[in-house]
Design a protein around this ligand. Structure first.
Ligand code: ADP
Ligand code: MG
Length: 328
């Protein structure tokens, strides 16, 4: 665009300069040129990931823009965490229906507050007009060969999950009228949906301990299923081992609640596999990092994930995690 208004020479560049140009501490060259330049450390692999969030699909259109700025970056940091990598650089592609500076300022605040917490620099992006869509690309580093992949699970490994599972999905189920949370429970659960905590330090601590890892974005069973498929193994998960919050505990007995907790997504916890001789080292991380880590199952020969009830019998769960191209 070449309109001669705004300090940057065009409204588009003005918007970028006003909201998204910040000193990029980690980069050789940040926002403003045709490319950003970053200096990659010798002996490290560059870890790169992109996640897009579409209004109405990934977030309710009435979401607080500050929460959205946090989440757009958090879901990408979560992918970096799941690889055991260290995040450094982000790119932000914004598609906006109109220019609303108050909205952009709040979005930028949510984004940069989290970026600062993890020493991530926004080094570039793109800005276009259209239906509200946010794409963040994140880049980081991991020692060559040490990344936590999805394909390393071995028969006999334990299956672990961090934090607790299901609050975000309970908030969504409440919004969709599938169950009812009290006002204060909804308020708490919806913050897990809007402001997930990426487990970056945990991912790095699991290098050399975990055999495979994934972040829980589509539901714990679905995401563990990805590990199993890529590793050529199966797994069992024990329903009563699933770590839930106090809110989750209130709804675990109802079918709608349990389905949401097990099949719902958006937790952004890490699900990982590790041999039994890593148990002690993994348990040490609980105090070191202040994150609960729970063994929920076992890697088995075969295919797929089966969920076991207290009686050891298979439990059927509705819904198989979110898939954008599966019709409801
Ligand atoms: P180009 O015409 O080369 O695509 P743009 O005019 O789109 O360049 O962008 C100008 C500069 O601003 C580039 O350095 C680009 O990376 C950066 N940029 C554009 N949009 C954003 C954004 N939403 N956040 C951060 N940087 C952005
Ligand atoms: Mg551009």
């Amino acid at each position: 665009m070449t309109h001669n208004s705004g300090i940057g020479g065009s409204p588009e560049f003005d918007l970028i300069a006003r909201h998204f140009m910040r000193p990029a501490a980690n980069a050789v060259l940040g926002v403003g040129d045709d490319c950003a330049l970053v200096d990659v450390t010798n002996g490290m692999d560059l870890a790169v990931s992109t996640d897009t969030m579409v209004s109405g699909t990934h977030f309710f259109p009435d979401v607080d823009p500050e929460n959205l700025g946090h989440k757009a970056l958090a879901v990408n940091l979560s992918d970096i965490a799941a690889m055991g990598a260290m995040p450094y650089w982000a790119m932000l592609a914004l598609t906006l229906p109109s220019v609303d500076h108050a909205w952009l300022a709040a979005f930028a605040k949510g984004f940069f507050d989290l970026a600062q917490e993890y020493n991530v620099s926004l080094v570039g992006g793109d800005t276009t007009r259209g239906p509200l869509t946010l794409t963040v690309t994140i880049m980081g580093e991991v020692p060559a060969g040490a990344a936590l992949r999805r394909n390393g699970a071995k028969v006999g490994n334990d299956v672990w999950v961090s934090g607790n599972i299901g609050d975000a999905a309970l908030a969504v189920a409440h919004r969709h009228g599938k169950l009812v949370l009290t006002e204060s429970d909804y308020h708490e659960a919806v913050m897990r949906l809007y402001e997930p905590t990426p487990r970056v330090a945990l991912g790095q601590a699991l290098r050399g301990l975990a055999t495979a890892a994934i972040d829980v974005s589509d539901g714990v069973l679905a995401d563990l299923g990805h590990i199993c498929r890529l590793s050529g193994v199966g797994a069992t998960v024990e329903l009563d081992k699933m770590p839930v919050s106090a809110i989750g505990a209130k709804h675990f007995a109802s079918e709608a609640g349990r389905n949401a907790i097990i099949s719902g997504g958006d937790d952004y916890e890490l699900c990982f596999t590790a041999p039994p001789n890593s148990r002690e080292s993994i348990e040490d991380l609980v105090d070191m990092l202040g994150i609960p880590l729970t063994r929920i199952g076992q890697v088995k020969r075969g295919k797929g994930v089966s969920l076991l009830g207290i009686d050891g019998k298979a439990v059927k769960i509705d819904g198989r995690g979110y898939d954008h191209f599966t019709d409801a």
